[in-house]
Design a protein around this ligand. Structure first.
Ligand code: SF4
Length: 366
């Protein structure tokens, strides 16, 4: 059933989320958005008054990892509050309805909430042979995506497959898989790359949208700057070892046990952007490099093709082992796309806090 003039604060009270927990959530979201702390009150006030927006979550060529990522979060502030932020009307993995009943729920949203609901897309969309390689209820994913995302207020591409085709699009891409922007040109899309996307970033995008009425400032790939504006290498706790020339030479060696830099083991951190080192995973516990594995660059464009072989060291990193910032390295390899960044929304506040590199990521081959 469609809701809802119910406000978020009403929903939260009903759910037993107390004020303290709510403000804690707002504080975490403001930090994730890289906003100054003074925004906490504004975010809290906006969320309290906001009407719960309707959300539909579509799954196409995917592994359900992005659904798992957000649903498996045990962090109460993310799990409870984010689920309460929205009226989830359609999500194949978790909804009680099935078959015609489920498809009718999706149609009802498109019809009754046209231009107002939020769509989340997980998975790539195959275009080869008319899109026959992914069908749901007798319709192709391509047809469903055009119908639903074309009617949404905004579409969140959750994870790499929905952003750029991800693993499904890796060479030789037999199904002609693409991301949502290519499948539905003209749809208003924000891309949350990563394999999977980080639920804290998804929540922050929703909070920004509910607070300011627009999507956050984005880069040239339509990814939010707060999450993709900084090079991983510049945020890494192993960076001092890189600068000092202390490198892991093989898995399990003394350097590995001591937490030295993983550059020689194939870490792509010097050429990848993401807030993985600060937001982390498993409720902020850790991230791959902290756990002892190099960054694969999973939030980079077409990373299965452009960042592999994953265990080969980056071929040329100017200043390797010397005192040079990854920002300089990033600028060296990405000058061609400088200036392409799209700034809007609360960009000035983001800039205050983040000072992102002029061009956060190297251009990649089409
Ligand atoms: S190369 Fe990788 S492990 Fe080493 S400092 Fe950079 S991001 Fe960290």
């Amino acid at each position: 059933m469609l809701p809802s003039n119910q406000t978020l604060s009403g929903a939260l009270q009903q759910k037993g989320v107390n004020r303290r927990r709510f403000v804690k959530f707002c504080t975490a979201m403001v930090a994730t958005l890289a906003l100054p702390p003074r925004y906490v009150a504004q975010v809290a006030a906006a969320l309290e008054k906001a009407r719960k927006p309707v959300l539909v979550w579509l799954q196409f060529q995917d592994c359900a990892g992005n659904s798992e990522s957000i649903l498996r979060s045990s962090h109460p502030s993310v799990l409870e509050v984010v689920l309460d932020l929205l009226s989830w009307e359609y999500h194949e993995l978790v909804m009680a309805g099935a078959g015609h009943q489920a498809e009718a729920a999706l149609e009802r949203v498109v019809r009754e909430e046209k231009g107002k609901f939020i769509a989340v897309v997980e998975g790539a969309i195959p275009l080869a042979d008319g899109g026959v390689y992914c069908t749901i209820g007798g319709r192709t994913a391509w047809d469903i995506a055009r119908h639903v995302c074309g009617s949404a207020a905004a579409t969140i591409a959750a994870g790499d497959c929905a952003w750029d085709g991800g693993l499904v699009r890796a060479n030789p891409n037999p199904t002609g898989a693409v991301g949502i922007e290519e499948a539905v040109p003209g749809a208003k899309v924000i891309n949350l790359g990563g394999c999977p996307q980080n639920p804290a970033n998804t929540a922050a995008v929703l909070v920004h949208y509910l607070t300011f009425g627009e999507l956050p400032a984005m880069d040239q790939f339509n990814r939010p700057l707060f999450a993709y504006g900084r090079i991983i290498h510049d945020q890494c706790e192993r960076r001092a070892n890189y600068d000092a020339g202390r490198f892991v030479q093989e898995w399990g060696d003394e350097g590995h046990r001591k937490g030295w830099c993983l550059y020689k083991m194939g870490c792509k951190g010097p050429q990848a952007t993401f807030n993985c080192p600060s937001v982390r995973w498993n409720d902020g516990t850790s991230w791959p490099v902290k756990a002892g594995h190099g960054c694969l660059g999973c939030a980079s464009h077409r990373f299965w093709d452009t960042r592999s072989p994953f265990y080969d060291r980056l071929p040329t990193v100017p200043g390797f082992g010397a005192d040079v910032t990854a920002g300089e390295i990033g600028l060296g390899v990405t000058a061609a796309v400088a200036g392409a960044t799209v700034i809007h929304g609360i960009a000035s506040a983001v800039r205050d806090r983040m000072r992102p590199p002029a061009s956060p990521e190297p251009p990649t081959k089409a």
